[in-house]
Design a protein around this ligand. Sequence first.
Ligand code: RNT
Ligand code: ZN
Length: 424
Amino acid sequence: MFTSPKESLVEKSFANAKESYAAIGVDADAAIARLAGIPVSLHCWQGDDVGGFESLSAASGGGIQATGNYPGKARGPEQLRADADKALSLIPGKHRFNLHAMYAETDGKKVDRDALQPEHFQNWIDWAKQNGLGIDFNPSCFAHPKADDGFTLSHYDADTRKFWIDHCIISRKIAEHIGRELGNPCVTNLWIPDGFKDIPVDRYRSRELLLESLDAVYAVRSDPKENLDAVESKLFGIGSESCVIGSHEFYMGYAISRNLLLTLDAGHFHPTEVISDKLSSALLYVGEILLHVSRGVRWDSDHVVILSDELRAIAEEIIRGGFENRVHIGLDFFDASINRLAAWVIGTRNMIRALLIALLEPTDTLRALEKEGNYTARLALLEEIKSLPWGAVWDYYCLKQGVPVGSGWMNDVLKYEEEVLSKR
Ligand code: RNT
Ligand code: ZN
């Protein structure tokens, strides 16, 4: 059922595709060369349903919940790294891996989140070095007894706020260490679940408390060669339906005024609102952006990324503007109802595919048409290029990067499922 086309066919199809693209002024070889330089950050938490390696709490908490009980989930760091290795071997290009603080390895000792140390991430650093991966990081402000009532950095209780401030500070220090060790800056994203289930009467005070806590967290700035700090908003979560303290307006203002990165999660806005339309505005005010590429479905924000119009639009906004150095592409989805490794591969290959399609666009021509007001020609061309043979270029890219072409990668996943996952 799953096959990879013969190498000679891939080469032949690419040669034809190259000619088709040359006819509209697009250099397919240049497109794939640029594509190879764009990393995507794979999120560790797709591998184990946002579980982590502590035994503090069974559920992920904080209003984020992986649903499904597909067998074979990673139950420790070795398994998670092995699964990630397998997934990465099926994805073309050099990428990054995004860790949460709760994936610390504490050697069986209970180390609370405000006491974590860089050494608890040494195995991850060694693994990243061996595989030529960059690492990104996140403080984990959920799934913890001190976050049980749904508030962390904006908690009315000063001691609770202090605990989470300390955790965030220590997380940033760990991230700096990782960035230093790898010679590659870590992007550290801060997301907190804080919010009210029902209609609050004092939104202002909670937001003021969050602002004060964040100022304490970011009081000492990182060297951007080691660590880049980002803040992530959300519209609502399960249990925070009526008011999320860290809303979009809150963090847009915070990121601009404090010179931080702004994180845009594709699933954190109103259902008809899209982050592709936000990039060009936000980039006028913040230096860099972190994306959490995800797929919202009704009230859920975290389905596996498919090759949707919005995914393509996100990629187009990055590529058309030449923003790949200012927009860090991270993924954020978790599905426990399908093979977790396949979820990683499907979502990441789609992200890369969307970037490739954008790279194969005759943008200069389209821009010129738009400028002269020729919207008829713009629409005609945009629609016609949809059926150009980008798939042949994608296959060739996979071939050259030494990963399976077409659906053949699923055979590797099925074999791994039989030999490894089903024995867990
Ligand atoms: C939650 C946020 C956040 C998390 C991860 C685990 O709504 O999107 O980014 O998904 O940090
Ligand atoms: Zn997110």
